[in-house]
Design a protein around this ligand. Structure first.
Ligand code: UGA
Length: 476
């Protein structure tokens, strides 16, 4: 949607100060970038340990490039990590809510942290404030927050609510925050909507002057750099809408992407019945600009803290209106059974009985560029092959520590150097597509292996080249 350049900054407070509540992937990245764009930003979190780490100029989780922005923000004193709501809110004219919204057991979304944040804001607010809700929430949450605000007793103060969902991806959070392909701003008060757009425009101005030095290269490691060059001008990427549409855009986008992945994975099962190559089929259909190539790579399926939760939330939301979103139920089923399809492929290489067969497993995180193992299909595959009696050595460049907290088994060895993971193994299973695994020179380790089998669970290995080394190969 094309927007006029109409932001009126005349009565916009130039000494703008922002609070970002919740210092997770979304909040900490936003706070770090805002502070680098010259805006005084409080990064507020209730967790003293997390704030303690951020104060030292680094993140407590792995996200390429983020530490440099935190370090610069702290040094310039524009980034202020704190557990103190009072100082943060009383000094701010805008507060972003970026807290977690985990799933309840029935798939519904747990909004406790969102409502607690709103309560803390209302307990501390002393002057006009725009509250920008960025956490991923079901439709109608904004109306519930507005009710809380309406019930707040100090009528002298104007508190406006805006919904502005976040679309950043873990592993390329810095890139996505600096170069968003759309900016959704939903709310009823036009003036507040414009103010929030003006705030995002400050990030865009910062983006225009950014120097592509080494740390930026690092931050963009898992992103498509070309995209930043092809992005439409800022105001063409802004979509102004109402609260409920903004809320629905977010979960609908994630559900649709999950659907695309499960569609590609269904085609891969069909291709297993004939000689067609799924990658070629997907390339062929993706070349149609109406379809597009992204999120059609067949493989182990999706995981992480977002897709599984948001698809479940969307199904649950539809059910609450007695509407069955069957197409999404099916997408979930395909994703859940994709690891069994992967095991059937591993059996094609090793035979029906996997007991005591030795695997070198590459990757544990749910995707490259992150240490996050939440709902990771790679970690699920690890559990399933251990259940079938395989002996597994596993290496991941970032996720070993996270995985160790969750999976231990007598037949499992965590390895901290890729070169040592292949020893005496019968098969290499590539489960997460880290660059390190794609670029690795496998000719160097063939002599270490018991037998040369390679299962590519992510469609990233050049089949001809790996076969030239003597490997039996199977992919999706
Ligand atoms: C996703 C969305 O892409 C973001 O836009 C959104 O902001 C975020 O959720 C969120 O709701 O916070 P993220 O979970 O970080 O981001 O990761 P993606 O890069 O989207 O990947 C999700 C999963 O899909 C991964 O497990 C990945 O391996 C898998 N995937 C992706 C495939 O299996 N096949 C593909 O072709 C692409």
């Amino acid at each position: 949607m094309r927007q006029e350049r109409v932001v009126d900054l005349s009565n916009f407070n130039n000494t703008l100060t922002v609070s970002v509540i919740g210092a997770g992937y979304v909040g900490l990245t936003l706070a770090a970038i805002l502070s680098n764009a010259g805006i005084k930003t409080y990064a507020v979190d209730v967790d003293k340990n997390k704030i303690g780490v951020i104060k030292k100029g680094k993140s407590y989780f792995f996200e390429p490039g983020l530490d440099e922005f935190i370090k610069k923000g702290i040094k310039s004193e524009k980034l202020i990590p704190t557990t103190n709501y009072k100082t943060a809110i009383q000094n701010s004219d805008t507060a972003f809510i970026c807290v977690g919204t985990p799933s309840n057991f029935d798939g519904s979304v747990n909004l406790d942290f969102v409502f607690k944040s709103v309560k803390s804001i209302l307990e501390n607010v002393k002057s006009d404030l725009i509250v920008v809700q960025k956490s991923t929430v079901p439709v109608g949450t904004g109306e519930r927050i507005k009710k809380m605000i309406d019930e707040y007793d100090n009528k002298e103060i104007n508190i406006d609510l805006i919904s502005s969902p976040e679309f950043l991806r873990e592993g390329s959070a810095v890139f996505d925050t600096i170069f968003p392909d759309r900016i959704i701003v939903g709310g009823n008060n036009k003036k507040s909507v414009k103010k929030v757009i003006a705030l995002y425009e400050k990030i865009d101005n910062f983006a225009k002057n950014i120097k592509h030095n080494n740390f930026m290269e690092y931050a963009f490691l898992y992103s498509n750099k070309k995209r930043s060059k092809n992005l439409a001008p800022f105001f063409e990427r802004v979509i102004e809408t109402d609260l409920e549409s903004a809320e629905l855009i977010k979960v609908t986008a994630n559900s649709f992407l999950a659907l695309k992945i499960s569609f590609a994975n269904s085609v891969s099962r069909l291709c297993a019945q004939n000689k067609a190559k799924t990658a070629d089929v997907m390339d062929g259909i993706g070349s149609d600009h109406r379809i597009g190539k992204s999120f059609l790579t067949p493989g182990l399926g999706y995981g992480g803290g977002c897709f599984p939760k948001d698809v479940a939330g969307m199904i649950n939301y539809a059910n609450s209106y007695n509407f069955s979103f069957n197409i999404l139920d099916e997408a979930v089923k395909i994703n859940e059974t994709q690891v069994y399809f992967a095991i059937s492929k591993i059996k094609k290489l090793l035979g029906e009985n996997l007991r005591n067969k030795k695997a070198a497993l590459l990757g544990l995180s749910y995707k490259p560029g992150t240490s996050d193992v939440r709902k990771s299909q790679s970690s699920r595959l690890l559990r399933k092959i251990l259940d079938r009696g395989m002996i597994v050595s596993v290496y991941d460049p970032q996720a070993i520590n996270e995985a160790k907290k969750k999976i231990s088994h007598k037949n499992l060895t965590y390895i901290d150097n890729i070169k040592d993971v292949f020893r005496k193994s019968d098969i290499i299973i590539l489960a997460t597509e880290w660059n390190e695994f794609v670029d690795f020179d496998y000719s160097k380790i063939t002599k270490d292996m018991n037998s040369l089998n390679f299962f590519d669970g992510r469609g990233v290995i050049n089949e001809d080249k790996i076969k030239e080394l003597g490997f039996n190969f199977i992919g999706f």
